[in-house]
Write a protein that binds this ligand. Structure first.
Ligand SMILES: CC(C)(COP(=O)(O)OP(=O)(O)OC[C@H]1O[C@@H](n2cnc3c(N)ncnc32)[C@H](O)[C@@H]1OP(=O)(O)O)[C@@H](O)C(=O)NCCC(=O)NCCS
Length: 169
């Protein structure tokens, strides 16, 4: 299994991985809408020629005027084909994805998802920082990861995802 940047030939497989993992097409369509936007990152987990997992990162904006030039990326969606789950592939996609974000100059990553799952990667509840999600979500579901010590000290305000998140069917 290797994790690499998506290739144009992977697009249909990425759609299928998201659709089958989530059991609906919402996330697969969302990825298609986000693909190609500036500062996005799309990685796949490949076993031979087969795409078995996928992760996407897209930039979020902060309402705080002082935080405008900080690159904060939102993780999601992440998906692994059901027949390849529980083998560590999702974790590797997240760890390597976060490392790519760091190398691209992002100092903070945010995620909306299961608290237990994301805690293992170091994500902490946004309630402990000065970041708030634009969506109303259960307590603990919006989490943040600072990619260098102190990064969150300069990160505050309402986090807004790309408009494509709201416009997706
Ligand atoms: C979440 C997901 C990407 C994990 O992929 P994976 O390759 O199975 O992940 P790993 O093998 O590295 O880790 C497995 C752990 O993920 C956790 N997990 C799996 N599915 C989960 C889910 N839907 N929500 C929360 N945690 C989940 C379990 O705790 C599991 O631990 P275990 O193996 O000890 O039981 C995969 O289950 C998936 O595609 N789910 C459907 C899509 C989804 O819910 N994506 C996340 C929200 S954006």
């Amino acid at each position: 299994m290797m994790i690499r940047a998506e290739h144009p030939a992977d697009i249909e497989s990425i759609y299928q991985v998201n659709a089958i993992a989530f059991g609906r097409e919402h996330e697969a369509k969302l990825v298609n809408r986000l693909r190609g936007l500036p500062h996005t990152l799309s990685l796949v987990a490949a076993v031979g020629d087969a795409i078995v997992g996928h992760i996407f990162f897209s930039p979020v904006t902060l309402e705080d005027v002082n935080a405008k030039n900080l690159m904060v990326l939102g993780l999601g969606p992440v998906a692994v084909r059901p027949d390849h789950q529980h083998q560590g592939i999702g974790s590797q996609l997240i760890r390597q994805g976060v490392e790519h974000c760091r190398q691209r100059g992002s100092r903070t990553v945010v995620v909306l998802g299961d608290p237990q799952f994301y805690t293992r990667f170091g994500f902490t509840p946004a309630e402990e920082s000065a970041l708030r999600c634009e969506y109303t979500v259960p307590e603990g579901a919006f989490r943040v990861l600072e990619l260098e010590p102190g990064a969150l000290q300069n990160c505050r305000g309402l986090v807004r995802y790309c408009p494509e998140f709201a416009h997706c069917e």
